[in-house]
Design a protein around this ligand. Structure first.
Ligand code: ADP
Ligand code: ADP
Length: 223
Protein backbone atom coordinates (compact mmCIF):
# COMPACT_ATOMS: atom_id res chain seq x y z
CA UNK A 1 0.00 0.00 0.00
CA UNK A 2 1.52 3.35 -1.01
CA UNK A 3 -0.35 5.54 1.44
CA UNK A 4 -2.00 4.14 4.52
CA UNK A 5 -3.77 6.30 7.10
CA UNK A 6 -5.07 4.63 10.26
CA UNK A 7 -7.11 6.27 13.00
CA UNK A 8 -5.50 9.66 12.38
CA UNK A 9 -6.38 12.40 14.87
CA UNK A 10 -5.20 16.02 14.89
CA UNK A 11 -6.24 18.52 17.52
CA UNK A 12 -5.15 22.18 17.31
CA UNK A 13 -5.31 23.58 20.83
CA UNK A 14 -8.82 22.60 21.80
CA UNK A 15 -10.14 22.31 18.24
CA UNK A 16 -10.32 18.90 16.60
CA UNK A 17 -9.45 19.18 12.87
CA UNK A 18 -9.12 15.47 12.01
CA UNK A 19 -11.10 13.02 14.10
CA UNK A 20 -10.13 9.34 13.65
CA UNK A 21 -9.85 8.93 9.90
CA UNK A 22 -8.58 5.88 8.00
CA UNK A 23 -8.08 5.31 4.28
CA UNK A 24 -5.57 3.88 1.81
CA UNK A 25 -4.34 4.67 -1.67
CA UNK A 26 -2.65 2.20 -4.03
CA UNK A 27 -0.16 2.58 -6.84
CA UNK A 28 -1.76 3.55 -10.15
CA UNK A 29 -4.78 5.01 -8.39
CA UNK A 30 -5.96 8.62 -8.33
CA UNK A 31 -7.91 9.14 -5.13
CA UNK A 32 -10.07 12.23 -4.79
CA UNK A 33 -10.02 13.64 -1.27
CA UNK A 34 -13.22 15.64 -1.32
CA UNK A 35 -14.68 17.92 1.33
CA UNK A 36 -15.70 21.51 2.05
CA UNK A 37 -13.28 24.12 3.35
CA UNK A 38 -12.31 23.37 6.92
CA UNK A 39 -13.06 19.63 6.60
CA UNK A 40 -9.50 18.60 7.48
CA UNK A 41 -7.97 17.87 4.05
CA UNK A 42 -4.88 20.07 4.32
CA UNK A 43 -4.22 18.95 7.87
CA UNK A 44 -4.27 15.29 6.75
CA UNK A 45 -1.96 15.98 3.82
CA UNK A 46 0.47 18.03 5.87
CA UNK A 47 0.80 15.11 8.28
CA UNK A 48 1.36 12.65 5.39
CA UNK A 49 4.13 14.91 4.03
CA UNK A 50 5.77 15.44 7.45
CA UNK A 51 4.96 19.17 7.66
CA UNK A 52 2.83 18.58 10.73
CA UNK A 53 2.78 15.92 13.44
CA UNK A 54 -0.32 13.92 14.32
CA UNK A 55 -1.97 14.00 17.73
CA UNK A 56 -2.50 10.23 17.43
CA UNK A 57 -2.89 7.50 14.84
CA UNK A 58 -0.60 6.23 12.12
CA UNK A 59 0.38 7.29 8.61
CA UNK A 60 2.62 5.16 6.38
CA UNK A 61 4.08 6.12 3.00
CA UNK A 62 5.44 3.12 1.07
CA UNK A 63 5.69 1.27 4.37
CA UNK A 64 7.56 4.08 6.17
CA UNK A 65 6.00 5.64 9.23
CA UNK A 66 5.83 9.47 9.17
CA UNK A 67 6.69 9.68 12.83
CA UNK A 68 9.75 7.41 12.89
CA UNK A 69 11.05 7.44 9.29
CA UNK A 70 10.47 11.00 8.06
CA UNK A 71 13.55 10.96 5.80
CA UNK A 72 12.32 7.89 3.94
CA UNK A 73 8.80 9.31 3.77
CA UNK A 74 10.10 12.52 2.16
CA UNK A 75 11.99 10.51 -0.48
CA UNK A 76 8.82 8.72 -1.44
CA UNK A 77 6.28 11.54 -1.43
CA UNK A 78 5.83 14.65 -3.56
CA UNK A 79 3.61 17.54 -2.48
CA UNK A 80 2.01 20.41 -4.30
CA UNK A 81 0.51 22.65 -1.60
CA UNK A 82 -2.45 24.87 -2.39
CA UNK A 83 -0.53 28.09 -1.92
CA UNK A 84 2.70 26.99 -3.52
CA UNK A 85 5.44 29.59 -3.16
CA UNK A 86 7.09 29.82 -6.58
CA UNK A 87 10.12 31.97 -7.22
CA UNK A 88 8.81 34.28 -9.93
CA UNK A 89 12.21 35.76 -10.77
CA UNK A 90 13.77 32.33 -11.37
CA UNK A 91 13.94 30.56 -14.71
CA UNK A 92 11.98 27.29 -14.85
CA UNK A 93 15.11 25.18 -15.19
CA UNK A 94 16.99 27.13 -12.54
CA UNK A 95 14.10 26.61 -10.11
CA UNK A 96 14.00 22.85 -10.77
CA UNK A 97 17.77 22.68 -10.24
CA UNK A 98 17.29 24.43 -6.91
CA UNK A 99 14.51 22.06 -5.79
CA UNK A 100 16.45 19.01 -7.04
CA UNK A 101 19.41 20.17 -4.97
CA UNK A 102 17.22 20.04 -1.86
CA UNK A 103 16.83 16.32 -2.62
CA UNK A 104 20.62 15.90 -3.10
CA UNK A 105 20.23 15.41 -6.85
CA UNK A 106 23.15 16.70 -8.89
CA UNK A 107 25.08 16.52 -12.16
CA UNK A 108 23.85 14.32 -14.99
CA UNK A 109 21.34 12.68 -12.69
CA UNK A 110 19.69 16.03 -11.89
CA UNK A 111 19.69 17.08 -15.56
CA UNK A 112 18.01 13.82 -16.54
CA UNK A 113 15.32 14.25 -13.86
CA UNK A 114 14.69 17.84 -14.96
CA UNK A 115 14.35 16.76 -18.61
CA UNK A 116 12.00 13.95 -17.57
CA UNK A 117 9.68 16.09 -15.43
CA UNK A 118 9.60 18.90 -17.99
CA UNK A 119 8.44 16.39 -20.58
CA UNK A 120 5.98 14.73 -18.20
CA UNK A 121 4.17 17.96 -17.29
CA UNK A 122 4.39 19.51 -20.76
CA UNK A 123 6.75 22.42 -20.06
CA UNK A 124 9.16 21.91 -22.97
CA UNK A 125 8.28 25.15 -24.74
CA UNK A 126 8.34 27.23 -21.55
CA UNK A 127 11.47 25.87 -19.88
CA UNK A 128 13.66 28.84 -20.86
CA UNK A 129 11.24 31.40 -19.40
CA UNK A 130 11.07 32.97 -15.97
CA UNK A 131 8.28 31.57 -13.80
CA UNK A 132 6.85 35.09 -13.48
CA UNK A 133 6.32 35.20 -17.25
CA UNK A 134 4.11 32.11 -17.23
CA UNK A 135 0.30 31.87 -17.10
CA UNK A 136 -1.36 30.37 -14.04
CA UNK A 137 -1.77 27.00 -15.79
CA UNK A 138 1.91 26.83 -16.67
CA UNK A 139 2.92 27.90 -13.17
CA UNK A 140 0.86 24.99 -11.90
CA UNK A 141 2.83 22.70 -14.20
CA UNK A 142 6.02 24.06 -12.67
CA UNK A 143 4.51 23.18 -9.28
CA UNK A 144 3.83 19.64 -10.48
CA UNK A 145 7.36 19.35 -11.92
CA UNK A 146 8.80 20.47 -8.59
CA UNK A 147 6.72 17.92 -6.69
CA UNK A 148 7.93 15.16 -9.03
CA UNK A 149 11.63 16.05 -9.25
CA UNK A 150 12.80 13.26 -6.92
CA UNK A 151 10.57 10.69 -8.66
CA UNK A 152 8.35 10.01 -5.64
CA UNK A 153 5.94 7.07 -5.63
CA UNK A 154 3.15 9.09 -4.01
CA UNK A 155 2.00 12.52 -5.15
CA UNK A 156 -0.19 14.73 -2.99
CA UNK A 157 -1.99 17.58 -4.75
CA UNK A 158 -3.89 20.24 -2.80
CA UNK A 159 -6.53 21.98 -4.95
CA UNK A 160 -4.26 21.83 -8.02
CA UNK A 161 -6.89 23.02 -10.50
CA UNK A 162 -8.45 25.93 -8.59
CA UNK A 163 -8.63 29.17 -10.56
CA UNK A 164 -7.62 27.78 -13.97
CA UNK A 165 -9.46 28.71 -17.17
CA UNK A 166 -11.22 25.89 -19.09
CA UNK A 167 -8.31 25.25 -21.49
CA UNK A 168 -5.71 25.17 -18.76
CA UNK A 169 -8.01 23.01 -16.69
CA UNK A 170 -8.39 20.37 -19.41
CA UNK A 171 -4.63 20.28 -19.97
CA UNK A 172 -3.68 19.99 -16.31
CA UNK A 173 -6.29 17.27 -15.82
CA UNK A 174 -4.73 15.30 -18.68
CA UNK A 175 -1.25 15.72 -17.18
CA UNK A 176 -2.44 14.52 -13.75
CA UNK A 177 -4.26 11.52 -15.28
CA UNK A 178 -1.08 10.57 -17.06
CA UNK A 179 0.99 10.83 -13.87
CA UNK A 180 -1.63 8.71 -12.08
CA UNK A 181 -0.99 5.73 -14.37
CA UNK A 182 2.26 5.02 -12.56
CA UNK A 183 2.07 6.79 -9.23
CA UNK A 184 -0.31 7.01 -6.34
CA UNK A 185 -2.04 10.37 -6.54
CA UNK A 186 -4.15 11.95 -3.82
CA UNK A 187 -6.11 14.86 -5.24
CA UNK A 188 -7.61 17.14 -2.65
CA UNK A 189 -10.48 19.39 -3.68
CA UNK A 190 -13.82 20.83 -2.59
CA UNK A 191 -15.22 20.48 -6.13
CA UNK A 192 -17.06 17.25 -7.08
CA UNK A 193 -16.64 17.88 -10.82
CA UNK A 194 -12.87 17.73 -10.40
CA UNK A 195 -13.16 14.33 -8.76
CA UNK A 196 -15.48 13.08 -11.51
CA UNK A 197 -13.11 14.28 -14.21
CA UNK A 198 -9.92 12.78 -12.83
CA UNK A 199 -10.28 10.29 -10.01
CA UNK A 200 -10.73 6.52 -9.77
CA UNK A 201 -12.00 6.62 -6.22
CA UNK A 202 -13.34 9.26 -3.87
CA UNK A 203 -12.84 9.62 -0.13
CA UNK A 204 -15.22 12.20 1.28
CA UNK A 205 -14.31 14.06 4.46
CA UNK A 206 -16.51 16.37 6.50
CA UNK A 207 -15.88 17.85 9.95
CA UNK A 208 -12.73 15.74 10.29
CA UNK A 209 -14.52 12.41 9.60
CA UNK A 210 -14.60 10.16 6.53
CA UNK A 211 -18.23 10.00 5.41
CA UNK A 212 -17.72 7.93 2.23
CA UNK A 213 -14.99 5.89 0.53
CA UNK A 214 -16.07 4.48 -2.80
CA UNK A 215 -15.02 3.79 -6.41
CA UNK A 216 -16.20 6.58 -8.68
CA UNK A 217 -18.06 4.11 -10.90
CA UNK A 218 -20.45 3.23 -8.07
CA UNK A 219 -21.02 6.91 -7.27
CA UNK A 220 -21.92 7.63 -10.90
CA UNK A 221 -24.38 4.72 -11.03
CA UNK A 222 -26.16 5.87 -7.91
CA UNK A 223 -26.77 9.26 -9.16
P1 ADP B 1 -9.34 21.91 4.64
O1 ADP B 1 -7.99 21.68 4.05
O2 ADP B 1 -10.30 20.78 4.38
O3 ADP B 1 -9.90 23.24 4.26
P2 ADP B 1 -7.93 22.22 7.14
O4 ADP B 1 -7.20 20.94 7.40
O5 ADP B 1 -7.15 23.37 6.59
O6 ADP B 1 -9.19 21.90 6.23
O7 ADP B 1 -8.61 22.71 8.47
C1 ADP B 1 -9.38 21.84 9.32
C2 ADP B 1 -9.80 22.64 10.53
O8 ADP B 1 -8.66 22.89 11.33
C3 ADP B 1 -10.42 23.99 10.22
O9 ADP B 1 -11.42 24.21 11.18
C4 ADP B 1 -9.25 24.95 10.38
O10 ADP B 1 -9.68 26.24 10.72
C5 ADP B 1 -8.47 24.29 11.51
N1 ADP B 1 -7.05 24.60 11.44
C6 ADP B 1 -6.22 24.33 10.38
N2 ADP B 1 -4.96 24.69 10.67
C7 ADP B 1 -4.98 25.18 11.94
C8 ADP B 1 -3.99 25.72 12.81
N3 ADP B 1 -2.71 25.82 12.45
N4 ADP B 1 -4.39 26.12 14.03
C9 ADP B 1 -5.66 26.00 14.41
N5 ADP B 1 -6.65 25.50 13.65
C10 ADP B 1 -6.32 25.09 12.42
P1 ADP C 1 -5.52 25.64 3.15
O1 ADP C 1 -6.38 26.59 2.37
O2 ADP C 1 -4.38 25.09 2.41
O3 ADP C 1 -6.34 24.63 3.89
P2 ADP C 1 -5.50 27.77 4.95
O4 ADP C 1 -5.47 28.91 4.00
O5 ADP C 1 -6.77 27.32 5.57
O6 ADP C 1 -4.82 26.51 4.23
O7 ADP C 1 -4.47 28.01 6.10
C1 ADP C 1 -3.25 28.68 5.88
C2 ADP C 1 -2.40 28.48 7.12
O8 ADP C 1 -3.09 28.91 8.29
C3 ADP C 1 -2.09 27.01 7.34
O9 ADP C 1 -0.75 26.88 7.81
C4 ADP C 1 -3.08 26.55 8.38
O10 ADP C 1 -2.55 25.50 9.16
C5 ADP C 1 -3.26 27.84 9.21
N1 ADP C 1 -4.63 27.92 9.75
C6 ADP C 1 -5.77 27.58 9.13
N2 ADP C 1 -6.83 27.74 9.94
C7 ADP C 1 -6.34 28.23 11.10
C8 ADP C 1 -6.92 28.60 12.33
N3 ADP C 1 -8.24 28.50 12.56
N4 ADP C 1 -6.11 29.05 13.29
C9 ADP C 1 -4.79 29.13 13.09
N5 ADP C 1 -4.18 28.79 11.95
C10 ADP C 1 -4.94 28.34 10.97
Amino acid sequence: MSLKIEHLVKVYGSQSAVNDISFEARQGEIVGFLGPNGAGKSTTMKIATCYLTATSGKVEVCGYDVEHSAMDVRKNIGYLPEHNPLYLEMYVKEFLEFIGGLYQLKGANLNKRIADVIELVGLSLEQKKKIGQLSKGYRQRVGLAQALIHDPKVLILDEPTTGLDPNQLAEIRAVIKNIGKEKTVVFSTHIMQEVEAICDRVVIINHGKIVNDTPLSSLKQSG
